[in-house]
Design a protein around this ligand. Sequence first.
Ligand code: ATP
Length: 230
Amino acid sequence: MELKHVSKYYGEGKNKTAANKDMNFEIEEKEFTVIVGPSGAGKSTVLNLLGGMDSPDEGEIIIDGKNIATYKPKELTKYRREDVGFIFQNYNLIPNLSAKENVEMATEIANNPLNPVEILESVGLGHRLDNFPAQLSGGEQQRVAIARAIATQPKLLLCDEPTGALDYETGKRVLSELHAAIKNYNATVIVITHNRAIADMADRIIDIQDASVRNMEVNPQPSPIEEIEW
Ligand SMILES: Nc1ncnc2c1ncn2[C@@H]1O[C@H](COP(=O)(O)OP(=O)(O)OP(=O)(O)O)[C@@H](O)[C@H]1O
């Protein structure tokens, strides 16, 4: 995928600010990419653009040879539903649905979904199928969110601070499950993080500052997750 001269503005007149300004980068398929940068730099904005939750004001976003920046709302909905999985810091589960029902929310509208029970078992939650989010730990809730996101095998897994609310060990487990999606079904994974240590496990590190790409590095030897410490 490639971003070419992407800009996104918020506000009008003298309040107009660029959340993304002439943003350019490329990501190869099946890579684990980490986006780092200070608060307010424009990381979530670019993730939302990649996920078709919003459209840029300028530039092109090329995914699988298609420029999604030109998509109409209906095409964007289809793209989000079929090609993208989202993971958020605060899990975003539906409180009054069980773990299994939360995953079924995604699989019921998908074309080739995995089995919700099997996918929950694969993230170690086979014994938690009927529990509600409030009955689960933070790490367990995030693993339900991962199960929900990967149950439709999206090409693109977009994660906004997925370990931000988790302790060290649980954070590592969540990262390892996100990484497994690359091997398991050829996903491309992009993770926003404030934790630069996570960059050691990435194939690619994109550093965003002041709404633009400050630096991009390809990591020739990503470390196994078990070896990363922070
Ligand atoms: N919906 C919006 N309306 C107005 N301004 C916005 C909106 N979304 C983002 N911004 C502004 O755009 C800039 C970039 O925000 P963004 O959320 O992308 O940063 P971020 O790097 O993800 O920050 P953080 O690490 O704190 O989440 C900020 O100045 C923010 O205030």
